[in-house]
Design a protein around this ligand. Structure first.
Ligand code: GAR
Length: 203
């Protein structure tokens, strides 16, 4: 079976990226990473990808006049490698509707909360302030609504009385590293698809 070609978008250290690169090392895993792009040239994840033998590009958003030109450069690079699924892994740029619509149903994101609770930034601060007893992470299709697209999968963790944003983030990150490869596998095997604003699951 042909493996689904993944392009991973990062902005930082890339631990979720590595969880997917590592999952793809198993020849039975139904996807492969063909390209990593960071919008930040100094992102530590770029070196990790290269060390794993993956083509890694810096496409610096600051070098482009406007979001659309930056996104066109990303799309051109992704399409040049035949990317079939764009995987946002700690990618911290808000994208335009043009990019969203181009990749609709073929672009997923991971967010470190149980969406629809706590979208956006300062996620763990939001969760601790709200006093929730359970938090977690969510993988979803990317739509025009920030962190609002149809949910593919979630994992939950307890929130402890003495948690700080950092301790909660670390507990959730462990779950992210299992959940994200699992969701990529489900998409690659055709077990979940995007259809008209919904995630549709089949056996
Ligand atoms: C992860 O916790 C991810 O869920 C979060 O950034 C971190 C990236 O870590 N993403 C977002 O907050 C997106 N809104 P990583 O670079 O080590 O994968």
């Amino acid at each position: 079976m042909a493996r689904l070609k993944l392009g991973i978008l990062i902005s930082g250290r890339g631990t979720n990226m590595m969880s997917i690169i590592d999952a793809c090392k198993d020849e039975d895993f139904p996807a492969e990473v063909v390209l990593v792009i960071s919008n930040r040239p100094g992102a530590a994840g770029l070196e990790k990808a290269e060390a794993a033998g993956i083509k890694a590009l810096a496409i610096d958003h600051k070098a482009y006049e406007g979001r659309e030109a930056f996104e066109e450069a990303m799309t051109a690079a992704l399409e040049a490698e035949g990317v079939e699924l764009v995987v946002n892994a700690g990618f911290m740029r808000i994208v335009t509707e043009t990019f969203v619509n181009h990749w609709l149903g073929r672009n997923i994101n991971i967010h470190p909360s149980l969406l629809p609770s706590f979208p956006g930034i300062h996620v763990h601060e939001q969760a601790l302030k709200a006093g929730v007893k359970i938090s977690g992470c969510t993988v979803h299709f990317v739509t025009a609504e920030l962190d609002g697209g149809p949910i593919i999968g979630q994992a939950a963790v307890p929130v402890m009385e003495d948690d700080t944003p950092d301790t909660l983030a670390a507990r959730i990150l462990v779950e992210e590293h299992t959940l994200y490869p699992l969701c990529v596998r489900m998409i690659a095997e055709g077990k979940v698809t995007y259809d008209n604003g919904r995630a549709v699951f089949v056996d």
